[in-house]
Design a protein around this ligand. Sequence first.
Ligand SMILES: *Cc1c(COP(=O)(O)O)cnc(C)c1O
Length: 379
Amino acid sequence: MSYYPARAVVDLDQIAANVTRLQEFAPRSQVMAVVKGDAYGHGLVPASRAALRGGATWLGAAQITEALALREAGITAPILTWLYAPGAPFESVLRAGIDVSVPAAWALAEVAAAARATGITARVHLKVDTGLGRGGAFFEDWTAVLADAVRLQSEGVLAVVGVWSHLARADEVDHPGVREQFGVFAEAVQRAEQAGAALEVRHLANSAATLSVPEVHYDLVRPGIAVYGLSPMPDTLPSAQAGLTPAMRLEAQVHLVKDAPRGQGVSYGHTYTTTEETALANIPLGYADGIPRHAGNAAPVLLGGRRHQIAGRVCMDQFVLDIGRGSGVQAGDVAVLYGSGADGEPTAQDWAEAAGTISYEIVTRLGRQVPRVYLGEGA
Ligand SMILES: *Cc1c(COP(=O)(O)O)cnc(C)c1O
């Protein structure tokens, strides 16, 4: 039984088209579509196939489980995985032909042990922290990891095929931090090449840098959010201006419509009160489905041809709209929470602004129990 009164409609052709568009921004680089977080909530395997159809030649999966799931689905494209802890199943990763990011000496040792155990030469991308202050080794430590890695490479245990890093502020136009990170990265690449690494791919650019910092495109760009048609820099380069279209449309059927008097408090805590005789519509999605509670009295929803702001608090499984009398809206009608905007519906970006977050979080947090319905080739 898979009945649910809501669904996320994902347009796979749009994902493919977004990748094709991103390739135009980085014409000399390969595109690694980042599909972490269940492809930002769009569905790992269908979204990955669509991205490959659109021209991506690599897939980036943060979690090893996601990377392995791509292989189990029969996807043969190069895959990079980068987030794990000691004791991770590196032998499975190597047997599946998945490239591994190495951010530290302990990780290099574990990957090398798995390579020896399986007899498979591990393909590693050495991750340098050029200033994000998150993943990868800071430059000095990184050079030590590099030295160990090239020694293991000369023993045939592994191949250093990539050097990579991640930017902190590529979404801020002309931020000097991008140039600083670029400088450290260029030095890391040079060190690796001098040390004898046979680099296939040097990569630094996320969506924001793919769209706006061509100097850092290198051999491979790693867009995530833009693949799904949302902008990482909505104030300076909205998605429509970049030629990208949101691929996901979140819809729910109205559970109940009823007339309500003036002065009626709505939902827990009565943080909203009707100001006239009106009608209330219950929408059967709530924070258990990933609808942010912060969207209460804030986020817009399209219903009956009009946008309504959520009335009162978002509950676990539902929220309420104040739709006025005479709208003609009935139980079963479809409310659109967000989509491409083409039919007057709000976008995930509108929801992000209403809830004080970013579009990434809006789409990624959508509960897995909300059915994904696919449109387009491969659906
Ligand atoms: C998430 C992520 C990306 C993609 O970032 P977007 O801002 O979604 O384009 C690229 N590289 C790494 C390492 C990431 O973690």
